[in-house]
Design a protein around this ligand. Structure first.
Ligand code: IVH
Length: 723
């Protein structure tokens, strides 16, 4: 049966509830097969057979069946992430740009633009081109630059800008963007290959929706649409990319094309303003007037996608070729950047937020104002240094600015408009959450009531359960609030007692049965998460995800004693200053903080409770290998290097390097220790990079961590192993 026939036959079942189907497992299998084949048509062949609506209906029905008959769920089902692997990339391939993607020189005012025009005219005149350049003005899209290739009219490649010469192949993700055609309109003109530049953007309305979801799930919001677009387009799971409604606008054709062919005539999307000013003109005064036109700026700033200026381009192909480009910028175009939009508003009150480490951040509540299409009602005042430097007072009139960021910034106080009731902002003396006396440290004010302060407790739990840490799904900020406020939990160890209160939990607002089950299940699963998640989750100051991973790796390499309990081994490692400072990125301050943390009996108690509940404190050697600076690099060894040779090999291999027993042409580097064997001469002959000690090697590869080298521990037998 053809794919279409099979699809139509399945569609005839979609109105029957799954529990009334007779041959459910046969229909289930067919549905999986059909959806996978439609995925391939859509993503790989750019030739969808059914419309999105029909596809979604099939997919929804598959989900319904799986909900009704969970036992039926097959690992090859498209609802199970792994099944997407035949359609979805497991990592992005690098691709070379046929035409380098240069960036533009910026201009900020009329003089810059005029100056550039004069220079172009001079250059053209030198080449005996006396016609004044004709300009076209386009909006400057603020997103992620991409090169799109259409081969025989079909979208075949989408490559990120990267360094301008090579980028990531993001074709599959780009194909989920619904405003970008997979097929060109080429009725009168069929280019074999067409390469265009475009910009991928996330609409502001989508950013708001995604950020609301992320915040509810305890994930950090994206700071702006550009970051969100960039984070989205680099996701490996195409189905998530598809669910975020990215858009793409095109602005430049890179391949040669008949003069009358335009992006629009090919059916490619360009952003259309209602403004009359974006016409072609040879008059530079006209260009300048358009750039300074505030009405146009307002129109672009209130659009659902972000623009940060205009681009002025010379139209004529010969003039463009004559002008050429510098190393970085083409001379045929220039960007005009809009000044960051500012508005005036008033500070109505001040809040003090208490962070997880007790630091108090002053936040200004503002009379709500619209700024670049977003309503702003709060701005961070950062710390008291910021407040005094800018002399910000309560009830002051302030100028605020958003420069692409969602969080607005107070630029200055409008002192001319300072109202009579403006009052200096007093440093708080008591914690807004627990009323404890606050302490001052340099520019920071903090609440020292580490263990008693409800706000700090909440923030610590929120941090512990977040995606970057123990990843306890379903327990967003709001749920933590309710649990703490109702006395269900006080600290992270209490999370592991929630299952005992299963029944009463269900009576809390928002805690539906499903939610409670999810939370309890996720808490249980968190017991065996990777150790770096726990290290990050414990919230030591200055230790983030990256360092937590380094620490876990260092613990693995150290092949720690296992005679002690997991927790004892963990604590003794994290309080051993010698071992810690050997880790790249750990300095004296971190060592002191860790010592301070483990000195506190409250923390010790929480840790021992976590261990009692079964939370793993041991590093996991089965961790997925990280991409490191020596992944896939070939190495060889000879001579005595202070560590047993198999251990060095094991460590380097763990980091992804490949061991060559004898140096070859393809060997990238060689560690040559004392008393080297003949292999050292071979390496020199082959021009292989040589490092004469592990520390010499680590200067170039600081992310590769070795255990401490104790010379006295080497036995003659070990020495004999080398070379
Ligand atoms: S033209 C050779 N036009 O702004 C000319 N660029 O630094 C190539 N951009 O990297 C660029 N809107 O990502 C051009 N209408 C537009 C644009 C635009 C946004 C981006 C592009 C480029 C950056 C300029």
């Amino acid at each position: 049966m053809s794919l279409l026939d099979l699809t139509r036959s399945l569609q005839s079942h979609l109105t029957t509830p799954p529990d009334q189907l007779e041959d459910i497992s046969q229909i289930y299998d067919q549905l999986i097969e059909v959806i996978i084949r439609h995925n391939q048509r859509y993503y790989q062949e750019s030739d969808p057979l059914i419309v999105d609506y029909e596809y979604d209906q099939l997919f929804d029905y598959l989900k319904k069946i799986e909900k009704t008959y969970p036992d039926l769920i097959s690992p090859s089902s498209p609802t199970q992430r792994i099944a997407w692997q035949d359609v979805v990339q497991d990592q992005f391939k690098k691709a070379t740009h046929e035409y380098p993607l240069l960036s533009l020189e910026n201009s900020y005012d009329a003089d810059d633009i005029r100056d550039r025009h004069d220079r172009s005219v001079r250059l053209l005149t030198k080449s005996e081109i006396t016609d004044e350049p004709v300009y076209i003005i386009q909006p400057k899209y603020d997103g992620i630059s991409v090169a799109l290739t259409y081969t025989d009219g079909k979208l075949t490649h989408a490559i990120t800008r990267g360094d301008g010469y090579t980028g990531d192949d993001i074709t599959l993700n780009v194909k989920t963007i619904t405003n970008l055609p997979h097929t060109l309109k080429t009725k009168d003109h069929k280019p074999k290959t067409l390469i265009v530049r475009g910009e991928i953007m996330l609409p502001k309305s989508e950013l708001a929706r995604i950020n609301t979801e992320r915040e509810a799930a305890g994930e950090p919001p994206f700071a702006n649409t550009r970051n969100a677009a960039s984070g989205t387009i680099k996701l490996l799971d195409t189905s998530i990319v598809r669910s975020r409604k990215l858009v793409c606008y095109t602005y430049d054709i890179l391949t040669e094309i008949e003069e009358w062919v335009t992006l629009e005539s090919l059916g490619l999307p360009t952003y259309q303003t209602t403004h009359h000013a974006l016409h072609t003109t040879h008059d530079i005064d006209n260009v300048i007037t358009t750039c300074l036109d505030e009405e146009l700026q307002r129109e672009l700033e209130s659009a659902d996608v972000d623009f940060d200026g205009l681009v002025i381009k010379i139209v004529d192909q010969i003039q463009r070729d004559v002008l050429g480009s510098t190393d970085h910028h083409p001379r045929r175009a220039i960007a005009y950047k809009y000044p960051a939009q500012q508005v005036t508003t008033q500070i109505t009150s001040i809040d003090y937020q208490v962070g997880r480490t007790g630091i108090i951040t002053p936040v200004a509540n503002l009379a709500p104002v619209l700024l670049s299409g977003v309503t702003i009602s709060r701005a961070s005042l950062h710390n008291f240094d910021f407040i005094s430097q800018k002399d910000i007072r309560l009830h002051d009139t302030v100028r605020i600015q958003r420069s692409g960021e969602v969080i607005p910034y107070i630029v200055r106080v409008v002192t001319e408009a300072r109202p009579a009731d403006a009052t200096p902002i007093q440093k708080p003396t008591h914690c807004p959450s627990c009323d404890h006396h606050l302490e001052y440290d340099d520019i920071y004010i903090y609440c020292p009531n580490t263990h008693g302060c409800p706000a700090q407790r909440k923030e610590r739990i929120i941090h512990y359960v977040s995606k970057q840490c123990m990843d306890i799904d379903g327990l967003g900020d709001k749920y933590v609030d309710v649990l703490v406020d109702n006395g269900f939990i006080e600290n992270i160890a209490d999370l592991y007692t929630l299952h005992e209160k299963d029944r009463t939990l269900r009576s809390l607002p928002g805690f539906a049965d499903k939610r409670v089950e999810q939370i309890i299940d996720q808490v249980e699963q968190s017991k065996s998460r990777e150790l770096w998640r726990l290290i990050n989750g414990l919230g030591f100051p200055s230790i983030g995800k990256k360092l937590a991973k380094e620490i876990e790796q260092a613990m693995i390499n150290a092949a720690l004693e296992t005679s002690n309990s997991q927790l004892e081994t963990f604590v003794s490692y994290l309080t051993n200053s010698e071992r810690l400072t050997a880790i790249y990125g750990v300095g004296e301050t971190i060592v002191e903080w860790l010592q301070h943390f483990f000195d506190q009996p409250e923390n010790r108690e929480v840790l021992s409770r976590l261990a009692d509940y079964g939370v793993s404190f041991s590093p996991q050697t089965t961790n997925q290998k990280p991409q490191t600076s020596i992944s896939n690099i070939h190495f060889s060894l000879t001579g005595s290097l202070g560590l047993p040779r198999p251990q060095i090999v094991e460590i380097l291999e763990w980091y992804g390097a490949i061991f060559d027993d004898t140096p070859k042409k393809t060997t990238d580097f060689m560690l040559v220790g004392d008393k080297p064997g003949s292999k050292s001469a071979k390496a020199e002959e082959l021009w292989i990079t040589i490092y004469h000690s592990i520390s010499d090697f680590q200067i170039y590869y600081p992310d590769v961590i070795f255990p401490e080298i104790k010379k006295e521990e080497q036995s003659p037998q070990q020495m004999g192993l080398f070379g």
